[in-house]
Design a protein around this ligand. Structure first.
Ligand code: SIN
Length: 289
């Protein structure tokens, strides 16, 4: 790792954190992710506990809650504590509930949701705040189907000052048609221009805001320049393990991630076995430079 990266990691790892009183928070890495214990998501969270969950979310970006037994309504109620749930267009609904995305892979699957680095909904003018995936079935073989998460604050911080300055003035197109390549989409898909470097709306921290799942090109560059720049950035996200944490699921695990400053990659390494979960997505706001 070069000096810019090492210094950026040291800064994040050393940032002070106040202790928690109503929950236990065990970090997955110094940079991203934490397991949270002492919370029963099927019940109303006491105010102090909810405040600590909110703080843990902003500090760690990805929270893992184990051994939860939730109805769909309890799952949604936890989601609504953070904002309005996104209702999908009627053609996208895989069950009868527009607020629930079914994440399902079986022997019959020919692709699975999210098996590339991406952040949910960045082609929308106001991409999502976060997603909560509740997994109830993991591959019968007892392994596989993990999800990787990467910290986009660190991805930005790792860049050289010259590259940061170059990216600051640029914008990129996020195109909802990219995941549909080779298929006919069921309806018109969103396409939005966002700055390449934005600030987290709650913490004000800068982050890199492009992802290989949705970003098609950089508006101000030639086609070749744009492809080269995006490939460099996507390559860094795919290659740099220091950006990431890895979540191993068990039935009853709920993971809540911040789509504003992370990307994720669902690893489809368990074919022909099955995996099942349900996701709610919380609406966010337009990212600002
Ligand atoms: C997704 O929301 O992209 C799917 C994540 C997963 O299946 O782990």
């Amino acid at each position: 790792m070069d000096q810019f990266a090492l210094e950026a990691i040291e800064r994040i790892a050393a940032s002070p954190r106040a202790p928690y009183e109503t929950i236990t928070v065990n970090r997955l890495t110094p940079i991203i992710g934490a397991e949270v214990a002492g919370v029963d998501l099927s019940r109303d969270l006491p105010e102090r506990q909810l405040a600590e969950v909110r703080r843990a979310f902003l500090e760690n970006h990805v929270l893992v809650f184990r051994d939860q037994v939730l109805t769909t309504e309890q799952h949604k109620r936890f989601g609504r504590l953070f904002g309005t749930l996104r209702a999908l267009p009627v053609e996208d609904i895989d069950g009868d509930d527009p607020e629930l995305v079914v994440i399902k892979a079986t022997k019959a699957s020919r692709f699975v949701a999210g098996d590339t680095w991406h952040s949910d909904g960045t082609a929308d003018p106001a991409p999502s705040l976060g997603s909560m995936l509740y997994i109830t079935e993991t591959p019968e073989i007892g392994t596989g189907g993990d999800t990787l998460f990467a910290n986009m604050h660190l991805a930005y911080d790792m860049l050289s000052p010259a590259m940061k300055a170059f990216l600051e003035g640029l914008t990129a197109i996020h195109d909802g048609a990219i995941p549909w390549q080779g298929y006919t989409p069921p309806h018109e898909l969103p396409k939005t221009e966002h700055p390449m470097v934005v600030r987290h709306p709650e913490t004000g921290r800068k982050l890199l805001f492009v992802n290989s799942g949705f970003t098609s090109h950089v508006v101000q560059l030639s086609r070749t320049e744009s492809r080269t720049l995006l490939d460099m950035l996507f390559g860094m996200i795919a290659r740099e393990q220091a950006l990431t944490c890895r979540v191993r699921w068990a039935p009853g695990t709920l993971v809540f991630w911040d789509n504003r400053c992370t990307q994720h990659h669902a690893v489809w390494d368990y074919y022909p076995f099955s995996r099942y979960g349900e996701r709610v997505t919380i609406l966010g706001e337009r990212p600002a430079a």
